[in-house]
Design a protein around this ligand. Structure first.
Ligand code: HEM
Length: 414
């Protein structure tokens, strides 16, 4: 047993029992971050902040929400929005944070792609990040069902139907997921369980793993320079703080992040107070009605690109049905980014503007995903359907074929 002495303060008392000083050093004061990074490296901490906002506002909403098809709509639109004091504020915060978190996730992912932060020992950071993306998508989808409006119901109908396309077990699987033959009360209650219990626990676990996966390879930097972190840390600790290329996570990195978080929160509360509409579909202010299909069913903006890949293949090819081709393409779109560290065949780790072919590839991919997003919301008829088709083909080719080819060329050139 450790030697316990009379403590000279609360920190010393805790340190003797929990080694809090050592823990603080490992997690904060001696966790090293490169100096040469820009505001894009604040996105991870902004994501952590937004997740906390979602968690806290969710707890307040949970106090009044009723997971029952007869009560859910009114518990949100009447009780929370009109009767509970500041209920509207918590709901707007929750809705806006859910939408904005995807914008920041996409910026965070694109930063990783642009600077090659998924390579040279950083593969597990990337894979755990992608796991977060997938689980966040499930969290957003299950949350969207809870108000039990028209879009909640019909989105659930469309998405659960997709599982029907899986060979052999599809039909049984759809019934199992819905808990009934149709989307109904058991479907709502199980998605409620996922949204407020299972998925948040999974998200917290993966966030912890994502942070842990950063420990060994460390964070990348703006010029993608390979640093000797031990050597640079030694320099810093020896007093050469100017010459060292790293700073400690606390207070160096986090204090600067607080500034970015403050600017971001001003923008966030501006949206919550004055511009929250973009996060709430008007059709969802109508109660769910299984007998009335909305003219157009589309998901929230952050799922539109993959939804368009699903719809893009709108004609049968030989005996293969359009639905099956779309479903396969959609399945590939969901997992393709996981494979990025291996689809990129080059060992060059540099920012995209120093990799000419990759730079062009990056911008074409981004533009293509914006086109998919725009057309994902338009009715899939006439020219729209063809644009969706070609944009989906370009998306798949860019990742599956063009990326390996240009990165092999890059490696050969040295
Ligand atoms: C809510 C979800 C997420 C949280 C809270 C989060 C948090 C963080 C934090 C705090 C960092 C270190 C600082 C920084 O570079 O920003 C980081 C780095 C990183 N994250 Fe995430 N992240 C999330 C989602 C993702 C996703 C979806 C991906 C992509 C698949 C991803 C990929 C990465 C990569 C590659 C790095 C290393 C960046 C570098 O080395 O420069 N993360 N993340």
């Amino acid at each position: 047993m450790a030697q316990i002495k009379k403590a000279n303060g609360i920190i010393d008392w805790l340190d003797q029992r929990l080694a809090v000083n050592k823990l603080f050093n490992v997690l904060m004061a001696q966790y090293w971050i490169p100096k040469q990074i820009n505001f894009l490296w604040a996105m991870g901490v902004i994501l952590t902040t937004l997740f906390s906002v979602l968690f806290i506002s969710g707890l307040f909403l949970l106090m009044y929400y009723k997971p029952d098809v007869g009560l859910a709509f009114d518990s949100v639109n009447k009780t929370i929005m009109q009767e509970v004091e500041y209920g509207w504020l918590w709901r707007h915060m929750h809705g806006v944070a859910a939408s904005v978190i995807f914008l920041i996730i996409y910026i965070h992912m694109l930063t990783g792609i642009y600077y090659g932060s998924y390579k040279r020992g950083r593969e597990m950071i990337w894979v755990s990040g992608m796991l977060l993306f997938v689980v966040f998508s499930a969290e957003a989808f299950s949350g969207y069902m809870l108000p039990w409006g028209q879009m909640s119901f019909w989105a659930a109908q469309v998405i659960t139907n997709l599982f029907g396309g899986i060979p052999f077990i599809g039909d049984e699987l759809v019934i199992w997921i819905r808990g009934d033959f149709a989307v109904s009360d058991p479907t709502l209650t199980r998605f409620f369980m996922l949204h407020v219990c299972l998925l948040p626990v999974v998200i917290l676990t993966i966030i912890a793993f994502h942070f842990y996966s950063l420990r060994i390879p460390h964070v990348n930097n703006e010029i993608s320079e390979e640093l000797d972190f031990d050597l640079e840390a030694e320099k810093y600790l020896a007093g050469d703080t100017k010459g060292s290329k790293v700073i400690p996570f606390w207070p160096g990195f986090l204090s600067k992040d607080f500034m970015y978080i403050s600017f971001f929160m001003i923008f966030f509360f501006y949206l919550v107070s004055f511009n929250f509409d973009f996060a709430m579909d008007p059709i969802n202010f109508e109660p769910a009605n299984p007998l009335k299909t909305p003219a157009h069913i589309y998901p929230e903006w952050y799922f539109l690109w993959s939804y368009e890949v699903l719809r893009g293949f709108f004609f049968d090819i030989g005996s293969i049905k359009a639905f099956d081709i779309g479903l396969l393409a959609f399945g590939i779109a969901q997992i393709i980014f996981f494979l990025l560290p291996w689809l990129d065949r080059s060992d060059v780790v540099k920012p995209a503007h120093e990799r000419p072919l990759f730079f062009i590839w990056f911008w074409i991919l981004l533009i293509d995903m914006i086109i998919l997003t725009i057309y994902g919301k338009l009715p899939p008829t006439g020219i729209n359907a063809w644009i969706g088709f070609y944009a989906s083909i370009v998306f798949l080719l860019l990742l599956l074929v063009i990326l390996p080819i240009i990165t092999i060329m890059e490696r050969k050139r040295g």
